[in-house]
Design a protein around this ligand. Structure first.
Ligand SMILES: [Mg+2]
Length: 244
């Protein structure tokens, strides 16, 4: 199996050679759990829910737990997170309010600034862009709820945007993430183009491997929504963008 260092250096080398031959190289990056760790966003949302006045007066014990929550489980499932935090015995209404609060802010603009890039992620995107590659941030976030926050986040981390770099976001939340990404990748021109796709969701990868076979996939092994099995060993796998 290739080491992460080898995988990343090979991609940079391939981009360099392809661009030298007048070809186009597109590096396509998913955002959530690929370039960015979303757990700091989740932690801040849970903290703030714990500081909500109504929550503090109605559920003082749970509020204290939420205010101090630090070590989170690597999961997208709020239910698993609740069990992990030791809050499984609360009234129904508490979970309802928490879920509403979480949904509103996780899928909103205001908390995206708390996401933290994975090691080497910012540097890698810049490096491949500097080589002349086009960079696409292809995300399941929708432009209506998360458009301005996502653009601000790209700029917050000084990631390229505008010059050979752009965002691909879902036009509406109802769209299926995997289908949106597949169709987006299928529509990209293919003539003289190499497309490399970095993604953490096995379900999205599965569809691309099946129906966009010209796209090369790198599996970012962080955590995912557990709707499909991770790809096999034939797909290169990285856990960060560090080349050390
Ligand atoms: Mg993702």
């Amino acid at each position: 199996m290739q080491t992460q260092q080898l995988i990343l250096n090979n991609i940079l080398e391939t981009a360099k050679q392809h661009i030298a031959k007048q070809g186009t190289f597109k590096a396509v990056f998913d955002l959530d759990s690929t370039l960015f760790d979303v757990n700091p966003r989740i932690r801040k949302i849970l903290n703030d829910f714990g500081y909500d006045n109504a929550v503090q007066s109605r559920y003082p014990e749970a509020a204290r737990v939420l205010q101090n929550v630090n070590d989170l489980k690597k999961t997208y499932k709020l239910k698993d997170q609740i069990i992990h935090m030791g809050l499984p015995r609360q009234p129904e209404e508490f979970y309802f309010l928490l879920m509403e609060f979480w949904k509103k802010h996780f899928f909103g603009n205001d908390y995206l600034k708390y996401d933290e890039p994975y090691e080497g992620a910012i540097e890698f995107v810049k490096e491949i862009h500097d080589l002349g590659a086009k960079v696409i941030y292809l995300t399941g976030r929708d432009v209506v709820r998360m458009g301005t926050g996502t653009e601000a986040q790209i700029l917050q981390w000084n990631l390229p945007l505008g010059d050979r770099a752009w965002l691909g976001m879902k036009p509406s939340k109802e769209m299926d993430d995997a289908l949106f990404k597949l169709e987006y990748l299928q529509k990209l021109p293919r003539e003289g183009v190499e497309i490399w796709f970095f993604e953490n969701e096995p379900a999205n990868i599965e569809l691309v491997l099946k129906d966009a076979t010209h796209v090369k996939v790198i599996y970012f092994d962080s955590y995912h929504s557990e709707t499909a099995e991770p790809p096999g060993a034939h797909i290169p796998r990285i856990i960060s963008f560090s080349k050390k």
